[in-house]
Design a protein around this ligand. Structure first.
Ligand code: ADP
Ligand code: MG
Length: 342
């Protein structure tokens, strides 16, 4: 007698490519009017706006960027959208449309793929973007998920990595290092941390908050000379900003913003929170430079709660390289490098 596969375990090969596309399409809510045609035809049709168009993409590979032992398919889908949105935020733009391409083994349960797309669609909704297309393929092994996202920013107002000058002050939004420890906690079998702290740190790893409002405020007001999002760790991303701007930088390590949860985890484990903050990847905070004549405005916004950011150092002449200053005022070259893909 043929065995009936339960709905939950039904493999994707039974649903087929077009069944999958139909399901994805049915998950999508009514799109913004700029989307004249979404999923279903040879291409999407978008109404161009008079703004600058931003375009970015990110490739996520199972076992390399995510591991289903520690994250749910829903979380993978949502995070893939949020990290692309962080790139758009780092230009000072707002996200608009998304295409999602998926390569997956035909034996993958339909329920897993559905959960992944629920994550994608709900994260899109949270940032007011629309899923308008994608591509689907069988993978001989791990899952590949590629997201491409468009966004817009007022003409000529996007903030590049390259505009920093010696003397500009360096700021970062939010707190650093949480995601790095969140990932460590997810992977460790025994807890070394208070429940509430652990869940905060893990949440920071699984569900980053793209700093869209902050990026927009900085771009619209012309307050930032250079900006980048912190995805590979402050040490690494500061290097990119400085290389593009042709500057050095000096970071006051003791000023790095540390969350209460990271601080208490570090107390319990005897780690140094500032080196976690310096090395930590996947923070998805904004690192930006502010010219001296804009500093008062930024400090005012920080004081009145409009901008959640901290001043952590300044850009210097290129020949002085990157250096760190501790609370006693002693300076050393920054050797830390953060995450490297190869
Ligand atoms: P083509 O053969 O031209 O690539 P497809 O049959 O792959 O067309 O796609 C049909 C429609 O479904 C297109 O609108 C495409 O953008 C959309 N689509 C295909 N795969 C996905 C996916 N994984 N996620 C979202 N939309 C998809
Ligand atoms: Mg296709």
């Amino acid at each position: 007698m043929p065995r009936r596969t339960s709905e939950k375990a039904r493999p994707l090969s039974r649903l087929g490519e077009f069944g999958l596309i139909r399901q994805v399409r049915s998950l999508c809510p009514k799109a913004h009017p700029r989307v004249r045609l979404g999923i279903g035809d040879d291409t999407a049709i978008l109404r161009p706006s008079p703004n600058d168009l931003l375009l970015t993409t990110d490739l996520l590979i199972e076992s390399r960027h995510f591991d289903f032992r520690f994250v749910s398919p829903y979380q993978v889908g949502a995070k893939a959208i949020l990290v692309n949105a962080s790139d758009i935020a780092a230009m000072g733009g707002i996200p608009e449309t998304v295409v999602a391409s998926l390569a997956v083994s035909p034996s993958t349960p339909v329920s897993r793929v559905n959960a992944l797309y629920r994550g994608i669609v709900e994260a899109c909704r949270s940032i007011n973007a629309d899923l308008v297309g994608g591509d689907t393929s069988a993978s001989p092994g791990p899952m590949f998920l590629n997201i491409a996202m468009t966004g817009s920013s007022p003409v000529g107002r996007s903030v590049r990595r390259s505009g920093g000058k010696a003397g500009d002050q360096i700021y970062v939004t939010g707190t650093l290092g949480d995601s790095r420890i969140g990932l460590r906690l997810l992977r460790s079998t025994h807890g070394t941390c208070r429940r509430a702290d652990a869940s905060f740190l893990i949440q920071r790893h699984l569900c980053p908050t793209p700093r869209i409002a902050e990026g927009l405020l900085l771009a619209r007001s012309g307050s930032a000379s250079a900006m980048i999002d912190v995805s590979d760790g402050l040490a690494s991303d500061l290097r990119h900003l400085c290389a593009e701007s042709g500057t050095g930088a000096c970071i006051d390590v003791f000023r790095l913003p540390i969350s209460r949860s990271l601080s208490s985890w570090c107390c319990e484990t005897g780690r140094d929170p500032f080196s976690e903050a310096l090395l930590g990847g996947e923070d998805y905070e904004l690192l930006f430079a502010v010219p001296p004549h804009r500093v008062r405005r930024i400090e005012g916004w920080i004081e009145d709660g409009r901008l959640d950011a901290t001043r952590i150092g300044s850009l210097t002449a290129s020949r002085s390289g990157l250096s760190l200053v501790n609370s006693r005022g002693s300076r050393r070259p920054m050797r830390e490098r953060g995450f490297r893909h190869f």
